[in-house]
Design a protein. Structure first.
Length: 504
């Protein structure tokens, strides 16, 4: 099987990109090796999974060139294809960022002394930026760069020489540049610091002596932001981010969470899709932290808050970012699991029927089967759940580990403990073949496998109570284990049952 970088990139291609990439590599400007095009045409026939046993470098080479395999030639061609794929997705990204693209253009106009061309484009682009009613953090960097290019333009063409009015105007441009850069700096550094807070909470690591931690200790954000007049354009961004910072810095003060949420909601019409998506994700992340640190045994108010925010995202289509109109599969999955956690079965049926068709087309059938499998499992209809699970094409589906986990849970509910042991063997083989990038996530799955393997063996051997008690301790003490609540629930029920029989 071929496992070059370009294969991973091809897997990520949308339908539109599958059409445009051949045009890209057929262009002599980007690629002067026609053999690369022939090789690509054979490789892409194995899209989207690229997992068939016959998908080998020898086969695609033979199909592309009708000749004996030459490793050195193949190595050169696949290396070129890797670079072309990387360049293509980079170009695609830049194409979507009109402001960034235009600022590069102005910089080049200045470098080449193209005064007339600069003049003809400046007014149009300035108007676009000034009329932007909905913004995101990157917008302020774009405005800063535009001002820098204008300042450089004036210096090059000496427009301020011996002209007091021009000097005053230039000074205002400098002040505006500083303001836009300050807003960009504050929003970005707060965003980075919040990531550090999340890591600190989730992994119990003290980052206070880290560079970013020290920077934050040295900045008085309230004083800095108070220096900005509230009538400044886009002041609301500073207000929203300051409240976000406070909410993540004082996790035990729930009133600050609601102040942050109110600030986001009241300014939604001023944010673009990217900025809205960022803050809703931030609110949900904050709710997860608060739910985890809650002292209650059951679901906290913040668990229910996650469900409410998810419904708001769906109803208003806040999942749309840039030109992407599909619901991200990760968001869909999280919403499904949260709704099932609260046993909102009727709502889940509505959610599947309406929103499974709004994920990317190639995952729609898989996500529908995945959803029904979890829904029927939650309703104790285990045979139905298993039938939907078996319809999922694992070669294509990104949540293979969820599928393995659910299958083990279904088999346990059906009392098929021997089948669980066999399923675990396949699960372990899968984990060996497929790297899980997140080490913490991998640890949680491995611990789940260990626990279910022991549990199944104990059930088959009709082991004594103390074995299950020891296993319960392993589950409680494991810092990182997938499906902990389910494991605890099953073991508690078994211990209770065995203890009752022993007394009799």
């Amino acid at each position: 099987m071929i496992s070059n970088k370009c294969i991973s990139i091809f897997k990520s291609f949308t339908r539109e990109e599958l059409k445009k990439f051949p045009l890209f590599i057929e262009s002599k400007y980007f690629n002067n090796r026609e053999a690369v095009v022939f090789l690509y045409r054979e490789i892409i026939k194995f899209h989207p999974a690229f997992s068939a046993k016959v998908f080998t470098k020898e086969l695609v080479y033979a199909k592309a060139f009708n000749t004996k395999f030459n490793y050195n030639t193949y190595r050169v061609l696949i290396s070129i294809l890797d670079k072309l794929a990387e360049r293509f997705i980079t170009y695609r990204s830049i194409e979507k960022k009109e402001s960034e693209w235009t600022n590069y253009m102005f910089e080049e106009f200045n470098r080449r002394n193209l005064k007339a061309v600069f003049d003809s484009n400046l007014g149009k682009f300035e108007k676009i930026l000034k009329e932007s009613r909905q913004v995101e953090s990157a917008f302020f960097y774009d405005r800063f760069l535009l001002n820098v290019n204008k300042l450089n333009y004036n210096i090059i063409y000496q427009k301020i020489l011996n002209n007091r009015k021009a000097v005053i105007k230039q000074a205002k441009e400098l002040s505006d540049s500083a303001y836009f850069l300050t807003v960009f700096f504050l929003t970005e550094i707060i965003s980075e610091y919040i990531k550090l807070v999340v890591y600190s909470v989730n992994y119990e690591i003290d980052f206070s002596e880290d560079f970013l931690g020290k920077i934050f200790e040295s900045i008085d954000f309230n004083k800095l932001i108070s220096a900005v007049s509230e009538d400044k354009p886009y002041y609301f961004m500073l207000e929203v981010y300051l409240k976000q910072l406070m909410a993540y810095s004082r996790l035990n003060d729930n009133s600050i969470y609601y102040a942050y949420k109110d600030s986001v909601i009241s300014n939604l019409d001023k944010m673009n899709n990217t900025e809205r998506s960022y803050h809703f994700t931030s609110l949900i992340g904050l709710c997860y932290i608060k739910d985890n640190i809650s002292q209650t045994e059951g679901d906290s108010d913040f668990a229910l808050e996650i469900l409410n925010i998810n419904e708001t995202i769906l109803e208003n289509e806040y999942y749309k970012v840039d030109k992407i109109n599909h619901i991200p599969v990760s968001l869909y999955r999280n919403i499904l699991f949260e709704a099932l956690r609260f046993k909102k079965f009727k709502w889940v049926e509505y959610f599947i029927s309406k929103y499974s068709f709004k994920v990317i087309p190639e995952e729609r059938e898989n996500i529908k089967c995945f959803s029904y499998a979890h829904l029927y499992y939650s309703q104790s209809e285990f045979s139905k759940a298993l039938s939907y699970l078996e319809k999922i094409s694992l070669d294509r589906f990104m949540y293979k580990l969820d599928v393995y986990n659910l299958k083990i849970k279904i088999l346990f509910e059906q009392g098929l403990y021997g089948d669980i042991i066999e399923s675990i063997k396949n699960y372990k083989k899968f984990l060996k073949r497929n790297k899980v990038a997140n080490a913490s996530l991998l640890e949680s799955y491995i611990n789940f496998i260990k626990a279910t393997d022991r549990l199944s063996n104990y059930m088959l051997k009709e082991s004594k109570v103390h074995h299950f008690t020891e296993l319960r301790q392993f589950i409680i003490q494991s810092r990182n284990i997938n499906n902990r609540p389910w494991l605890k629930e099953k073991i508690e029920a078994i211990i209770k049952q065995k203890s009752t029989l022993k007394r009799k």
